[in-house]
Design a protein around this ligand. Structure first.
Ligand SMILES: [Zn+2]
Length: 823
């Protein structure tokens, strides 16, 4: 089946600028068989198709991959639920039918998944149903057990694995129990949910409310595996935010900002604070807030001709008129007359005096004979253009459709044409000596809160530099690069034309998708346009369709906006941290962010030291977010993005981490927040009302709380740059027991990666790396069955090596670590 309309957006209705997000086509309009409108002016053929917001449920990652491959955008606000994946989608009626045909379920208002709050007795009941036997002794491990509180409510979140998790006949069930504090007994048995992604067992998990913090949990599998684990705090022990200091200045941004407003404020900051700020202009201009002037003329279906100007609309295309003329007489040839910007197509007539030019013939005549005014003319979509073209009643004016200002759009003219993107650089020493932090906001046009969040962070830096010693430390010890909007063309389109625009404005479509009714479906998803884990190399989550909201572009780095990021990190090699700021999902990500679906082969996982550093940094950043109004980003939403959400092929984070060694975070600000009034977690929106409900969905509150998190990221970078403390490590007996062996594992004093040998050779950076047992778990346990000598060294996240050992050359001191595990 051929797709006819593939755009789907994921968002909630913005309240600030009105709800006019979608233009509508007349009821019953079939885009493949356009009706009517051979007359003058603009026909409904140019209206983009009617869309509405629906909640959908997919059975799992396999279906999600298919849906994304078919061109539907499910990037944001998605929620993994035990029975599948839920999300919101903006779709046409035709697309709803298509989604249902793919197996998606359309949910009613109250049909979203909610974790059960009742203990269900665990596996006692399930065990009675379990049939079949397991061929080997199975083990169970606790991956994480986190306690957190928000808005007066406690929660326990648990992930646990069974080594038989992949087995499906029968499926192993897992039961979770918790105590009620130290020296209390286990109880409250409940069944855990099995989490499977792209056909691969991930782990079992549970999230539920609890009034008292448990001390330990116990996990039991239906095949007899059992283990216990201690409960950790999640975001419970954060330091007070900078905003707690009464002298600290904050709350600078008082509403949403267009790209022009963001850029002019950035330039103003550089002028006002020249000792600590400057502008770096990115070298590649965008492809522009500009479009060709167009119309669909001449009739319906096979008779329709799609006409596009050679010049951009604002450069003369909008002045062109096209008229299809029925002359009196018979046996007349098809010809084209041009007078100024008026194009007249004199339609052919047959011997009986009837019109006789087909759409294909008229299109060819326009391309050849319009004196360069029309360089693209073709039949409608996939039609061959065999229909006889009808005359127009008057000249049809071509338009780029950019002058149709959306109701509620901000005042002010939008500059047409390519834009130059400024980077606001803030730092006392902007000479490469300090670690650089790149904050990149609004790759996705409709995400307005990331831009205000980044601007608020910039304002806090410059306004508090002289008066707040913590801010002074940041500015003196980091080199901050802020891209307040990396997609100005798309963002303008979102502000002024189509609120749910996600991509940039570049139209890469061939004739079958180039008619103006497709104009809200063009553009490249900039966060699918990078080089590592790319859809061009078979990774999942990027689309090859030019009208998909996850269109990855015709090639890697095809877009100026993505080329600019590569230019920036190659010019400023001191950039060691990056935050790609998106909305709205309530998630904090890093690598891996993409996989090949068949076999679920991810991009390389960060070594254990980087993984630990990411988790430690995430805890600090999210604690500062929480400090504002107790918003908790839950641990299930933190980690490798392909583990906690899904594969996003060719995203910027993979490129910057794997090519440049930059700690590259991805952030979904806004989104899920606990509402104590309803007892439920509530989703967010791309463009929430600026004030809204300050305790729930509010652009202002999200800007303030996530700016806290960005400030903490700066602080992490400043400390990282000053870190010259060498890590220490040791080989310790493991808590686990196995018969006939001694179990040992490594411990480090801080996030650090260990390289080790067991053949008494000198450890180097090529030696085996100490690994996690499995992803999201601590380091592996060695089952030592004969006496073994370990030689090793550890490297921390800042590159400090334990005992100053030099693994790159024959260090005659040989001051690596060594220990022997005796059987
Ligand atoms: Zn985004």
């Amino acid at each position: 089946m051929r797709r006819t309309q593939q755009r789907i957006a994921l968002f909630a209705l913005p309240a600030l600028v009105g709800g006019v997000l979608m233009t509508t086509a007349p009821a019953g309009a079939d885009p493949a068989q356009p009706a009517g409108a051979a007359g003058s002016g603009r026909s409904h053929l140019e209206d983009s198709e009617a869309v509405r917001l629906v909640r959908i449920k997919l059975t799992g990652a396999d279906m999600l991959d298919k849906v994304v491959a078919a061109g539907f955008d499910l990037e944001h606000g998605l929620r993994r639920v035990p029975t599948g994946i839920e999300g919101e989608a903006v779709v046409t009626a035709e697309q709803i039918t298509e989604l249902q045909a793919m197996g998606a379920e359309i949910l009613g208002d109250d049909e979203s998944f909610a974790w059960s709050e009742e203990a269900d007795g665990g596996i006692q009941a399930a065990r009675a149903q379990a049939v079949g036997t397991f061929s080997h002794s199975e083990t169970v491990r606790v991956v994480r057990a986190d306690w957190f509180t928000t808005k007066g409510q406690g929660f326990l979140y648990v992930e646990a694995r069974t080594t038989d998790g992949q087995q499906t006949n029968p499926i192993v069930t897992m039961q979770l129990e918790n105590d009620s504090g130290p020296d209390t007994s286990f109880g409250f048995a409940r069944t855990m949910s099995r989490f499977v992604d792209s056909g691969q067992y991930m782990f079992h998990r549970n999230l539920f409310k609890l009034d008292a913090r448990p001390n330990q949990i116990r996990v039991t599998s239906s095949t007899g595996g059992v283990t216990t684990g201690f409960v950790s705090n999640w975001l419970e022990d954060g330091a007070p935010p900078l905003t707690a200091n009464p002298a600290y200045k904050w709350d600078f941004v008082d509403g949403y900002r267009t790209p022009q407003q963001l850029y002019s404020r950035a330039e103003e900051i550089a002028r006002q604070y020249p000792d600590i700020a400057e502008i770096v202009y990115l070298p590649n201009k965008t492809n522009g807030y500009q479009r060709k002037a167009q119309a669909t003329i001449g009739g319906t279906g096979q008779a329709a001709v799609v006409v596009s100007s050679a010049a951009w609309g604002h450069e003369g295309g909008n002045d062109i008129t096209v008229e299809f003329v029925n002359r009196p007489g018979a046996n007349l040839p098809l010809s084209v007359e041009v007078a100024g910007k008026a194009v007249r197509v004199l339609l052919a007539k047959d011997a009986s005096g009837a019109l006789a030019s087909t759409a294909a013939q008229v299109a060819a005549a326009l391309r050849a004979q319009s004196q360069g005014l029309i360089d693209r003319a073709h039949p409608y979509r996939t039609n061959a253009g065999t229909g006889i073209v009808q005359a127009t009643s008057a000249p049809v004016a071509l338009t780029d459709f950019l002058d149709e200002k959306r109701a509620g759009a901000p005042e002010g003219e939008v500059p047409r044409g390519p834009a130059t993107i400024p980077v606001l650089r803030i730092g006392k020493h902007r000479d490469g000596r300090n670690p650089g932090v790149l904050i990149q906001a609004q790759d996705h046009a409709r995400e307005w809160v990331p831009a205000t969040t980044s601007l608020e962070a910039a304002e806090r830096l410059v306004h508090n530099y002289k008066s707040d010693w913590e801010t002074k430390k940041i500015v003196d010890n980091t080199d901050v690069f802020l891209i307040l909007s990396n997609n100005p063309d798309g963002a303008n389109y979102s502000f002024y034309n189509f609120a749910s625009q996600r991509r940039n404005l570049t139209n890469h479509c061939a004739d079958d998708n180039a008619d103006p009714a497709r104009r809200n479906s063009w553009g490249v998803d900039l966060n699918r346009n990078y080089r590592v884990g790319s859809g061009h190399d078979g990774y999942a989550g990027g689309s090859t369709s030019c009208v998909s909201d996850t269109f990855q572009g015709p090639e890697k780095l095809s877009e100026p906006e993505s080329k600019n990021i590569v230019w920036l990190v190659e010019k400023y090699r001191n950039i060691k941290f990056m935050m790609s700021v998106h909305s709205n999902g309530g998630q904090l990500f890093w690598q891996p962010g993409a996989y090949i679906a068949n076999g679920r082969i991810t991009t390389p996982r960060p070594p254990l030291g980087d993984e630990a550093f990411y988790w430690q940094s995430a805890g600090r950043i999210l604690s500062q977010v929480k400090a504002y109004r107790e918003t908790v980003v839950t641990p299930e939403n933190v980690g490798g993005s392909s583990d906690v959400l899904y594969s996003s092929a060719g995203n910027v984070r993979e490129d910057l981490y794997h090519n440049y060694g930059i700690y590259a975070f991805g952030w979904e600000v806004g989104g899920s927040i606990y509402n104590p009034a309803t007892g439920n977690w509530q989703g967010g929106s791309f463009q929430p009302a600026w004030v809204g409900n300050p305790e729930l969905v509010s652009g202002h509150s999200e800007t303030m709380e996530y700016a806290n998190g960005i400030m903490e990221m700066f602080r992490i970078a400043a400390e990282w740059g000053k870190d010259n403390k060498k890590p220490t490590s040791k080989l310790v007996p493991s808590a686990g027991k196995s018969s006939g062996s001694v179990d040992v594992r490594f411990e480090t004093s801080e996030p650090a990666t260990i390289y080790y040998t067991t053949d008494r050779s000198r450890p180097t950076l090529e030696s085996p790396r100490y690994q996690a047992t499995e992803f999201r778990e601590p380091g592996q346990v060695f089952h030592v069955t004969e006496t073994t000598t370990f030689n090793w060294f550890s490297v921390d996240s800042a590159g400090n090596i334990e005992q100053n050992y030099d693994p790159t050359k024959n260090d005659t001191r040989n001051n690596y670590r060594t220990a022997t595990a005796h059987r």
